[in-house]
Structure formats: structure tokens, C-alpha cells
Design a protein around this ligand. Structure first.
Ligand code: GLN
Length: 447
């Protein structure tokens, strides 16, 4: 049925960069055989999952939506893909993103612009826009995305889905093409909290191939979705309900919080004072790390190589000039700038100090509340092309999501209403490290 949906809508949605129909149907047939033989199957057996195209898949092109990796075929699977294979999942294909996951609308892809299935004239969000659009259009049942500063949660919000950015270290990053290593996490997107929780359970846990992955405390991978919210202490940071946030978004989140209150939660206003500086700190830290991570794309080891070069310097220059898109170049330049001697103290070091402060603020907040709730994004999905020339407006769209990555916390985006154009609105639930279960339970109560 997901391939029938692709036949019907994919030429307009454009979520996929690579469709794996043949191998998917063969895998589905294998699962059918096992079922017919009476075998007991794991929860994700036979479930069609789309994979963001910055997650390595053995033998299947992994482009990062960049010309520089247009023909890159990884010789190995990311750990998350291996774990899903163990469950006999069905991979439908690889889905679109902003080049190297840099962006918030999917418009930075070198190959195509993905549309929002709720309104084809609008963006699906980003960078995991293909992951969100594929599920929202019925072209996959679940998907994997990655989130460095909001890239799972914001597209989930724009496309009316549930999306989880896990605790830093909860999911292995092995095989995820690095953007900003101290912020990146892979996570699930789906139509319901239950679906997302199931996919999360399949991919989480310690992996010897990723030194930053954590052995999860037992409680971190078990939860009771029906547990309710009686006595749960919810904090609403007033800074996240300010001027920049559209009225219908605020109203929908407040309404959802009211419902949680009726279900027995306690609600209090709190303050996360560094919110004003968070976007600046995020773009300094993430670009610094990106400039270092992307140094490996030099025309020698992977992917595109500019033809007919004389000497190594020309090879580097032309490969990178021709292979990277404008936004990626902007981040590399910004990153090398803030790391250069003379500017390091003024920018990078100060951003790191802000990072400490943001972490401290969350720690204080979680001393007297269990879950912090904010809008996921200040607006609903905007029109394709509307923000393309306005970089700062684009970056400002990340205001609600970036502190979560900076502090390494888990956060879940759940649909909580529609605006006047019938576009989905998302609310963000943030918890202390490894509190994914609590977030699922709270969101399921609202659902
Ligand atoms: N929109 C943010 C950025 O452009 C977040 C991207 C992400 O989470 N990968 O960096």
C-alpha cells in the first residue's frame, strides 16, 4: 500500500531520493513466509520505514542531498539500520533533507524540493523534511530522521506527526554522516506516540561503535503509555511564549496544557533565561563542528572529484566549490571563522560558556518540574520559497528547539491542533536525560 501511495502522490510530494521497491517487496515476502510458517516475529517485522539520506545504508546510495555525495554507496550499515534489520523491517527507500542536514525547510537539498502533504505549496520543514513528508503522505509508516537543532521535531510539527529527539547518547550515531557531533542524534517519526515509542525502543542503547553512546538505565527503555499524568509537574518557560511565536501556535499549546491539567497535572510558569542567546550559541557551535567534520570531503576519500585538476590544492578547491551548496559553504566559512585564532575567544569560547549556562538552567528547571512544555516551532509550515533569501529569519525558526540539543536532553513533538489554514501545530515536551518514557506517557495522555 505504501508503494501504491507513492505511485499516486510522489510526483508531487517528492519525499524520496532513492526508492527501494524491489528489495522492499522481496523483504515483505520473506516476512510473509515466516508468518505463514507460524514464526513469532519482532514488533517491527514487515513495517515499511523510510530512512533519511544521511544515514548509511550498505549498497544503497547515501547522498546527504549533496552533489558531493551524489554517487556515494556506503560499504556498511549504520547501527540503527542494523538494529532494524534484526527486527526484519522493510526499508522503503532514502528520503530527502537539507544538504548535510543544514536547514529547516528541505529547500537546501541539491536535488529536489519536498512538499508538505497538508498543503503542497508549503515546506515540510527540515532538515528531515523527506522523513516527515513520506509518513504524512502515507508513503511510509515510520521513518528515521536526525536532529542537530530541531530537524526531527520541527518537520514533525509542520507535517502533523509525532517525532522524538532522543537524549544525547541514547541512540548510536555510528553511520550517521556527522554534522555537529556534540549535538546530532538519530530519532523516530511516526503518526502516533505508540508507533514512535516502538521505533525508539528498537534503535536505542549502547553501541561499541559509538564511544558517546550510553548504556541505558533499565527504566529508560520501559514505560507505561497508559500511566497518565496525575501529579506530573509541568513547567512553562515564559520566554518560549513570547512575541516571535504566532498566536494560533501559542493558543493551541495552552489549550493542550489545559487538558493535561484536567487530567491531573500541575502547571507552573518557569524561566529559561538564556533562550535569547540560544540561536547564536547554536549556530556558532554547530558551524564550528561542521567545518571540521566536513573537511573529509576533499575529492580523495569519498564522492565527487572535480575532473582535470592540476595538483592537490586545485583538486580541493574545485571539488569543494563545485560539490557543496551555498548554505553548506556558509556554515563552513562561519565555522572556520569562529575557530580561528583571534576570534576563538570572542565567539567559540563564549558560545561554549553559554552552553554551560543553558545546561544549568535546565537542571534548575528539572529540580521542580518533571516536563517542560513549549511550542515546537514559532510558526506553522510556510510557503515554499518564502524564506529562501532571508537567512536570519530561517535561523530564528529554530528558537524553540536548539537548547534541547545544546543540553543533550530528550524532546518529543506532538500535534496539538491546527491553525486557521488547517495546518498542523506541534507542542514540544522536554524532559531530563533518559526520560523518554515519561515524555511518551505524557504525550499519549494528550493524544
Ligand atoms: N535548522 C537547524 C539548522 O539549520 C537544525 C538542523 C538540524 O537539526 N539538523 O542547523
Amino acid at each position: 500500500s505504501v508503494f501504491d501511495r507513492m505511485d499516486a502522490v510522489e510526483d508531487r510530494v517528492k519525499a524520496y531520493l532513492t526508492v527501494e521497491k524491489e528489495s522492499a517487496l522481496a523483504q515483505a515476502a520473506r516476512v510473509d513466509e515466516k508468518l505463514a510458517a507460524g514464526e513469532e516475529l519482532p514488533p517491527l517485522a514487515g513495517i515499511p520505514v523510510a530512512v533519511k539520506d544521511n544515514i548509511c545504508t550498505k549498497g544503497v546510495r547515501t547522498t546527504c542531498a549533496s552533489k558531493i555525495l551524489e554517487n556515494f554507496v556506503p560499504p556498511y550499515n549504520a547501527t540503527v539500520v542494523e538494529r532494524l534489520k534484526e527486527q526484519d523491517f522493510v526499508m522503503t527507500g532514502k528520503v530527502n533533507l537539507d544538504e548535510f542536514a543544514m536547514g529547516g525547510s528541505c529547500e537546501n537539498s541539491a536535488f529536489q524540493k519536498t512538499a508538505n502533504p497538508h498543503d503542497l505549496a508549503r515546506v515540510p520543514g527540515g532538515s528531515s523534511g523527506g522523513s516527515a513528508a513520506a509518513v504524512a503522505a502515507g508513503e511510509a509508516i515510520l521513518s528515521l530522521g536526525s536532529d542537530t537543532g530541531g530537524s526531527i521535531r520541527q518537520p514533525s510539527s509542520f507535517c502533523g506527526l509525532v517525532g522524538l529527539k532522543p537524549t544525547y547518547g541514547a541512540v548510536s550515531r555510528y553511520g550517521l554522516v556527522a554534522f555537529a557531533s556534540s549535538l546530532d542524534q538519530i530519532g523516530p517519526l511516526g503518526r502516533s506516540v505508540e508507533d514512535v515509542a516502538m521505533l525508539y525502543r528498537a534503535i536505542c542503547g549502547r553501541d561499541p561503535m559509538d564511544a558517546t553512546s550510553a548504556a541505558l538505565p533499565q527504566a529508560a527503555a520501559s514505560w507505561d503509555l497508559e500511566g497518565g499524568v496525575r501529579g506530573l509537574r509541568i513547567g512553562l518557560p515564559w520566554e518560549y511564549f513570547g512575541e516571535g511565536v504566532e498566536e494560533p501556535v501559542k493558543a493551541a499549546v495552552y489549550r493542550a496544557v489545559e487538558e493535561l491539567k484536567k487530567a491531573g497535572a500541575e502547571v507552573k510558569e518557569i524561566s529559561l533565561g538564556s533562550a535569547d542567546y540560544a540561536v547564536s550559541a547554536y549556530y556558532i557551535i554547530s558551524s564550528a563542528e561542521a567545518s571540521s567534520n566536513l573537511a573529509r570531503f576533499d575529492g580523495v576519500k569519498y564522492g565527487y572529484r572535480a575532473p582535470n585538476c592540476e595538483g592537490l590544492t586545485e583538486l580541493y578547491e574545485r571539488t569543494r566549490s563545485e560539490g557543496f551548496g551555498a548554505e553548506v559553504k556558509r556554515r563552513i566559512m562561519l565555522g572556520t571563522f569562529v575557530l580561528s585564532s583571534g576570534y576563538y575567544d570572542a565567539y567559540y569560547k563564549r558560545a561554549k560558556r553559554l552552553r554551560q549556562r543553558i545546561m544549568g538552567e535546565y537542571e534548575d528547571a528539572f529540580a521542580d518540574c518533571d516536563v517542560v512544555i513549549t511550542p515546537t516551532a514559532p510558526s506553522t509550515a510556510y510557503k515554499l520559497g518564502e524564506r529562501v533569501g532571508d537567512i536570519l529569519k530561517m535561523y530564528a525558526g529554530d528558537i524553540c528547539t536548539v537548547t534541547v540539543n545544546i543540553a543533550g536532553l530528550p524532546a518529543l513533538s506532538v500535534p496539538c491542533g491546527k491553525d486557521e489554514n488547517n495546518l498542523p501545530i506541534g507542542m514540544q515536551l522536554i524532559g531530563p536525560k533518559f526520560s523518554e518514557g515519561r515524555l511518551f506517557q505524557t504525550a499519549h495522555t494528550w493524544e
